[in-house]
Design a protein around this ligand. Structure first.
Ligand SMILES: Nc1ncnc2c1ncn2[C@@H]1O[C@H](COP(=O)(O)OP(=O)(O)O)[C@@H](O)[C@H]1O
Ligand SMILES: [Mg+2]
Length: 348
């Protein structure tokens, strides 16, 4: 292990950052989309009903942690409806004028995908209200003293919004979505199926032991599972092996610093801070400074997994280790995620 310490390790944030591989591995139909049955069934019904009525689908809000399939579902909705898709994101829409430009370019039945919708500035969000509800926008025509605006009709369209932080949306905004669906982490069986599919696309053999190891350590997240598989494929290739088997998976996981709990270096640092600070809980700011990550990354990437493993808990005064977390840090034997077997079947 000693020589490994000097090689930089991919953190989960890197492992879970959207990139071009996402689109290459994206399912091409709702049938290919694995798991999340409740969400998929609800969407299917809404799409079918809209088609029967020859109407546009209600606005859709998709929430859930990064890498669970929000962007994929949006593409599939567009595909099922045979609709043209326009893609933008909260941070890209700085001013109402940016939004107006996009909205006026839409055609009847188009789908407008707004990713990271919780990052829309408040004035842009408010500007969206009339567009979403009544399909109109107010465009300013004069400036200064004589400022006025004209109301322009928009063609009916469907807004599909994705967010990793549903709690940050205002109630009036959320209320304008007819369909709100939340994606949850995938059970290991679903991840195993996703891995089989990905292995096929990557033309790599994946044996059963390796597949369950990846499924167990992927934090219930397809993007991480796919990314881990690609890293293991590299290891296999360098070893001159055509197959990702248990030995390749062991070596790869060790190189990535991912343990049986699916924890990586940054998680261990986080837990270490809480352990040393005990019994005092630590705030988000302290943790962020302590591990050199943003508060957002802690809340969206690291913490959800630690909470689900019941290694930490949130209290009004900050984060603290659970008894189980303390036992793990104290080097006591605690059943790992894989050994427990029940991890991802539990609701988050
Ligand atoms: N249910 C699923 N079945 C198969 N692959 C999936 C599924 N959900 C996500 N993926 C894969 O995981 C990757 C990340 O999904 P994406 O839709 O980009 O996540 P999000 O937008 O929620 O961050 C994509 O490459 C996609 O192929
Ligand atoms: Mg996305």
């Amino acid at each position: 292990m000693a020589e490994e310490q000097s090689t930089p390790r991919a953190s989960f944030q890197q492992l879970n950052h959207p990139e071009e591989w996402d689109s290459k591995l994206r399912p091409q139909s709702l049938e290919e989309f694995v798991g999340q049955h409740r969400v998929v069934d609800n969407l299917r019904i809404a799409l079918q009903a809209a088609r029967i009525r020859s109407e546009t689908v209600d606005h859709v809000l998709l929430s859930g942690l990064p890498g669970l399939g929000k962007t994929t579902l949006c593409h599939l909705i567009a595909m099922e409806m045979g609709a043209h898709l326009t893609v933008t994101s909260g941070p890209a829409l700085g001013r109402p004028a940016d939004l107006a430009g996009i909205l006026t370019g839409l055609e009847r039945g188009d789908i407008l995908f707004v990713d990271e919708v919780h990052r829309l500035p408040a004035p842009v969000e408010e500007y969206l209200y009339a567009a979403m509800e009544d399909f109109v926008i107010d465009v300013p025509v004069d400036q200064g003293m004589g400022a006025r605006s004209v109301r322009l009709p928009l063609p009916p369209f469907t807004m599909v919004a994705a967010t990793t932080r549903e709690g940050m949306l205002s109630a009036p905004f959320r209320g304008r979505f007819g369909i709100c669906e939340k994606l949850i982490p995938y059970p290991r069986d679903d991840l195993a199926r996703i891995l089989d599919r990905t292995a096929g696309l990557l033309k790599v053999k994946l044996d059963e032991a390796a597949r369950s190891m990846v499924a167990d350590r992927a934090r219930g997240t397809p993007r991480i599972a796919n990314r881990l598989l690609r890293r293991l494929r590299d290891v296999a290739q360098v070893r001159g092996s055509k197959e990702v088997d248990a030995a390749v998976a062991e070596e790869g996981m060790e190189r990535l610093g991912i343990d049986a709990w699916g924890l990586e270096e940054t998680d261990r640092q986080l837990l270490g801070l809480l352990y040393r600070g005990r019994p005092r809980p630590l705030g988000l700011k302290t943790l962020a400074a302590g591990i050199g990550e943003s508060e957002d990354a802690i809340e969206e990437v690291y913490e959800p997994h630690l909470l689900r493993l019941e290694l930490i808990r949130k209290t009004p005064r900050g984060r603290e280790l659970t008894l189980r977390g303390e036992q793990l840090l104290a080097g006591k034997a605690v059943a790992s995620a894989a050994e427990q077997g029940t991890l991802w079947s539990a609701s988050p």
